[in-house]
Design a protein around this ligand. Structure first.
Ligand code: NAD
Length: 365
């Protein structure tokens, strides 16, 4: 059956990096005879310019009708300068909400040729390979409306609220992910202080019965923040509440050292997901062919794995990225450690990834 991927290029380098990822996907779909087609739609500043809204209804409808969404990035000085009530970033938050994407997946994986870009010592980061599953639509950022109280408004309240169901569905996602990886799940909370964390722990312990192959441990968020620096290679899958996940995933993102290399996925209970690089629209280099497309290409690998169940094709991409870096190819933002290095532009980097995929596929396919 034919599948559809909606592509939301957005602003700045968004169109360049999504074009690269589409080229890589298109190559794989043709090679393996998968019937998948792409439809483009507007989001962010580009949508404000064309439709006066960062998230047109037809974009939402198009995304809902597709099997996966690939997004570039939104925003830029053009829309910062205008004193508008509509902002490109509203498109991003709006689409995540409209699609009810409750699980945000951010990996931290070091690539051997980039290890010296990490602020941590080489020996601590050589074998780092974990993912953080962050609850995205509940918790402290989505409690009852925050308020200042009292006659002089000197008391303040934010609410960390979860239903059991909201915890169960994200914890399930994390277990499923751990089953496909090294079968280790770390659930992060603050159960020594917060009632919501005690329920979180209860749910994880109950759910563990359904996944007997996965080893589970519970850790406090403050201790996890330290462990991510002291011994990041101990982790496989981490699952946690919205705000804890926000902070820990930003901490984890610097371990690997390169913003242009970090993919992400936002998932829900069915297969529809939204895939995007962690970086922004990089207006300083937009349109110059300097953008590193690898974070978006790696997001496309996630798309294949989580939305289209094409694990083998996803691995071909991931191995290709690894090989290209080992061969010393790099965009200007990357310092690779290889015997010979070659600086390439966005399109050339994409060509190299496609060539490295082709090199792994036997002739008869
Ligand atoms: P940024 O991630 O766009 O850029 C930070 C620095 O990293 C810049 O020097 C940029 O050139 C470089 N960089 C980023 N991605 C790169 C890539 N793929 N290849 C090479 N270099 C890359 O963050 P910023 O400068 O803080 O924000 C710029 C705009 O992007 C703002 O409008 C911001 O609101 C928006 N933004 C969007 C998203 C998103 O769409 N998800 C995320 C963050 C920021």
């Amino acid at each position: 059956m034919s599948k559809t991927i909606t592509v939301l290029p957005g602003d700045g380098i968004g169109p360049e990096v999504t074009d690269s990822a589409v080229r890589v996907l298109d190559y794989l779909f043709k090679k393996f005879h998968h019937d998948v087609h792409f439809v483009k739609a507007l989001i962010g500043g580009a949508a404000i310019d064309a439709e006066e809204t960062p998230l047109p209804q037809k974009t939402i409808d198009q995304c809902k009708a597709s099997d996966a969404v690939l997004l570039g990035a939104v925003g830029g000085p053009k829309w910062d300068r205008q004193s508008m009530t509509v902002r490109p970033e509203q498109g991003l938050l709006g689409i995540r909400k409209a699609l009810e994407l409750f699980a945000n997946i951010r990996p931290a994986k070091t690539f051997a040729p980039l290890i010296d870009a990490s602020p941590l010592k080489r020996e601590y980061v050589t074998s780092v390979d974990f993912v953080i599953v962050r609850e995205l639509t509940g918790g402290l950022y989505f409690g009852k409306p925050s308020e200042r109280r009292g006659p002089h408004k000197e008391d303040v309240v934010d609410t960390l609220a979860y239903s059991r169901y909201e915890i169960e569905r994200v914890v399930d996602k994390a277990f499923q992910m751990a089953e496909k990886r090294r079968k280790k799940l770390t659930s992060v909370d603050k159960a020594n202080v917060l009632e919501s964390s005690r329920m979180w722990r209860e749910v994880v312990t109950e759910k563990a019965q359904d996944y007997p192959d996965v080893e589970v441990n519970h850790a406090l968020v403050d201790s996890t923040a330290m462990q991510l620096i002291r011994n990041p290679s101990q982790f496989d899958v981490i699952v946690t509440e919205n705000m804890f996940g926000d902070i820990l995933s930003d901490e984890a993102s610097v371990i690997t050292g390169s913003l242009g290399m970090l993919p992400s996925a936002s998932l829900r209970t069915d297969k529809l997901g939204l895939y995007e690089p962690v970086h922004g629209s990089a207006p300083d280099i937009a349109g110059q062919g300097k953008a590193n497309p690898l974070a978006t290409i790696l997001s496309a690998a996630f798309l294949l794995r989580y939305s289209l169940d094409l694990d083998k094709e996803a691995e071909l991409i991931e191995t290709a990225v690894q090989r290209v870096l080992e061969q010393g190819y790099h965009t200007p933002d990357l310092q690779v450690n290889a015997a010979q290095t070659t600086s390439v532009n966005t399109a050339e980097m994409t060509d190299q990834v496609i060539a490295a995929i082709a090199a792994q596929i036997p002739e008869q396919v």
